[in-house]
Design a binder for this molecule. Structure first.
Ligand code: NDP
Ligand code: MG
Length: 401
């Protein structure tokens, strides 16, 4: 049986890795739905290559432009809008949904796939972090199979026994050890990070990823998001998870059992491995990844994270203890990262924007999708206010100079 796959975020980094693995196994997988937002040219290329039944653009104008370009490709139907995507990911002709849209924008379709009982390959950690309770509930009620693509959580999944629906058994687990690369600025002081540029922040030493997650890796906000992600996926409290910096990104995370055994999953820093694991699960399929050569790797180092130089992780650890806190954290972080990439704020002001939003917003655990959306909106407004204040202060200072 050929598995029919919807790739959400097809034009992104996760989308590219997913389609690369799928292409290696035409007898097993077929991409029937491709979804993106505005990247019309890349989507046209992907549609001509993979000939999906449906191509969905978040942006209606982009969908219009794509439909024009694909006039001759009659077997691909082009559409747009969140409601269409909800229908498609829930349709009977889709077996598996790859959740690779970046940020909160990916929540709605991923929730729909969960409710429809699909197999979900989850890369979009922001959806889980913002609406963890609702999302895990939808997975349970819908009878969905949830498999983590994020390399650390994928490593954890590989080191834990699972039941037929992919749920991990946590019996006798003492600790989860979540590894972090430390990002491009590992070892730097906070003062030295004042003037780093978006290009420097996006130049991750080990992983090639989209811009947003690259900045998150540089601030360690990503590790905060991943801490929350691990709590939801593996039913843990934050104190049951240790964070260890491992600069080589070869050990992708570990599980320590009560007898002292520590199981680790190792591999090249290449997302095709966790994606192939999820596509193949419970079987294994080739990923096209070069074999890991431990002799040439040479060393595996481990150290404690520096939460003084990278306060985003400390902020996440506080936010995670308050229901609804990570929804605010994640939304404010998205606004702050976009402002940093647009050169409106400094790298060292990202955490300031998040901290202010956590102070300004009166939050509690959202109980519905509407409530999550409202909390996300409120956090974005609070974050945008700090960004505006910083920008006008910087402008004044520059005029005075
Ligand atoms: P990219 O920025 O490379 O790609 C993002 C994708 O999302 C693009 O296809 C983009 O389309 C699409 N998109 C954005 N907004 C919308 C929208 N409103 N509707 C439909 N599609 C939309 O991101 P990554 O691939 O790096 O990351 C994707 C997710 O996976 C993130 O949540 C990230 O945290 C997670 N992840 C990524 C890893 C990686 O190695 N890259 C590793 C672990 C997790 P368009 O091109 O048209 O804008
Ligand atoms: Mg990760």
């Amino acid at each position: 049986m050929v598995r029919r796959i919807a790739v959400l975020g097809a034009t992104g980094s996760i989308g590219a890795s997913t389609l690369d693995v799928i292409q290696r196994h035409p007898d097993r997988y077929r991409p029937v739905v491709l979804a993106a937002n505005r990247s019309v040219d890349e989507m046209e290329r992907l549609c001509r290559l993979h000939v999906p039944d449906h191509a969905v653009m978040g942006d209606p104008e982009a969908a219009h432009a794509l439909a024009e370009k694909l006039k001759d490709l009659t077997s691909t139907e082009v559409s747009s809008g969140a409601a269409v995507l909800d229908q498609l990911v829930s349709a009977s002709f889709v077996d598996t949904v790859v959740a690779g849209i970046v940020g909160f924008a990916g929540l709605r379709a991923t929730l729909s796939a969960a409710g429809a009982g699909k197999t979900i390959l989850l890369a979009n950690k922001e959806a889980l972090v913002s609406a963890g309770g609702l999302f895990m509930d939808a997975v349970k009620r819908g009878g969905a199979t949830l498999l983590p693509v994020d390399s650390e959580h994928n490593a954890m999944h590989q080191c834990l026994p699972t039941d037929a629906s992919g749920r991990s058994h946590m019996a006798n687990v003492e600790k989860i050890i979540l590894t972090a690369s430390g990002g491009p600025f590992r070892g730097r002081t906070r003062a030295s990070l004042m003037d780093v540029t978006p290009d420097e922040a996006c130049a991750h030493p080990n992983w090639a990823m989209g811009q947003k997650i690259s900045v998150d890796s540089a601030t360690l906000a990503n590790k905060g998001l991943e801490l929350a992600e691990a709590c939801w996926l593996f039913d843990r409290t934050p104190d049951q998870i240790d964070i260890v910096v491992h600069p080589q990104s070869i050990v992708h995370s570990m599980i320590r059992y009560c007898d002292g055994s520590v199981l680790a999953q190792l591999g090249q820093p290449d997302m095709r491995t966790p994606i192939a694991y999820c596509l193949g699960w419970p079987d294994r399929v080739a990923a096209g990844v070069a074999p890991l050569d431990l002799v040439s790797t040479g060393r595996l180092d481990f150290e404690a994270p520096d939460m003084t130089a990278f306060p985003c992780l400390a902020l996440a650890k506080q936010a995670i203890m308050q229901p609804g806190g990570m929804c605010v954290f994640s939304a404010a972080n998205e606004v702050a990262v976009a402002a940093f990439l647009a050169r409106e704020i400094r790298f060292t002001e990202i955490d300031v924007v998040i901290a202010n939003a956590l102070e300004a917003v009166n939050f509690s655990e959202p109980q519905s999708l509407d409530a999550v959306q409202a909390l996300d909106n409120e956090a974005r407004s609070a974050a945008a206010e700090t960004v505006a204040q910083i920008a006008s202060l910087t402008e004044r200072q520059e005029k005075e100079r």
